[in-house]
Design a protein around this ligand. Structure first.
Ligand code: OGA
Ligand code: MN
Length: 267
């Protein structure tokens, strides 16, 4: 049995897990405690890990079924591993997402069945920038005034990716207030990056409502920023959080391995 400590960030979400070596298999009791901590804190991070791609995939399996990322990436020795990087080799990018900032989003919300858990492991990081911020969707929903909660309960929104080729032929819609399948708690589920419009609402009224909800849900009191170190593994629950990335100097290198869990999973 492995012992570990969970140290909350003191912000709206996130906790550091101390005392686990993720090169090792974890026993059932430890995994159960980790899953519970994950549901409580929405984001967990582990520092100082020196793991292989196989270790990352094995660890990911404790939280559901890792699947190859929907975006194609050639030459993947382990197909569940997706590289996030701005680095190019022989003129070709070795990974996705470049060095630009990425607005707040919940992963793959442009799909009818979005990603549930995402994991990101840092191999190389820039001197500054390239930080990732998470926002707590539960806290944002709970802080709305009851009139606004009533107004948005039952609404749905169209989600779509700015790269049109990634979208499904039929528009993807999700409830504006989503119930987390495991905690039963309600969450605001709209984002500036991937939510396109509120369904069945006049365009301007819908846009004003979306803007208001997004400004509220991304307020700094619901947000925590992770400053990356090499060897960090961060895992987040897309069913109750959004995240964004700050830009960084493209002359610097940032290399991460990423895994993705789909479906209801086991957490
Ligand atoms: C992602 C993502 C942010 C980052 O992998 O889904 O949004 O910090 N990455 O690279
Ligand atoms: Mn993302």
């Amino acid at each position: 049995m492995s012992t570990f400590e969970v140290i909350p960030t003191g912000r709206a979400l996130g906790a550091e897990v101390i005392g686990l070596d993720l090169r090792r298999e974890l026993d059932e009791y430890t995994v159960g405690r980790l899953r519970a901590a994950f549901l409580d804190h929405c984001v967990l991070f582990f520092r100082g890990q020196e793991i292989s791609q196989a270790d990352l995939v094995r660890f990911t399996r404790y939280f559901g079924n890792p699947v190859p990322h929907v975006r194609p990436q050639p030459d993947r020795p382990i197909e569940e591993i997706f590289v996030i990087s701005n680095v190019t080799e022989d003129g070709k990018p070795i990974g996705a997402l470049g060095s630009e900032g990425i607005p707040f989003h919940s992963d793959l919300s442009y799909l009818p069945e979005p990603g549930t858990v995402s994991l990101l492991y840092a191999l190389e990081i820039p001197d500054e920038g390239g930080e990732t911020m998470w926002a707590n969707g539960y806290a944002a929903y709970e802080a709305l005034d009851p009139d606004m909660q009533t107004r948005i309960n039952g609404l749905s929104a169209v989600h779509r990716h700015p790269i049109d080729a990634l979208n499904t032929p039929e528009p993807t819609t999700h409830p504006v207030v989503r119930t987390h399948p495991e905690t039963g708690r309600e969450v605001i589920y709209v984002s500036p990056h991937l939510t396109y419009r509120i369904t069945g609402m006049e365009r301007e009224v819908g846009q004003a409502l979306l803007d208001e909800l997004i400004a509220h849900a991304t307020h700094s009191r619901f947000v925590w920023k992770h400053i990356w170190q090499v060897g960090d593994l961060v895992m987040w629950d897309n069913r109750c959080t959004m995240h964004r990335r700050t830009p960084f100097d493209d002359r610097q290198r940032r290399v991460m391995w990423r895994t993705q869990v789909f479906g209801a999973g086991t957490v």
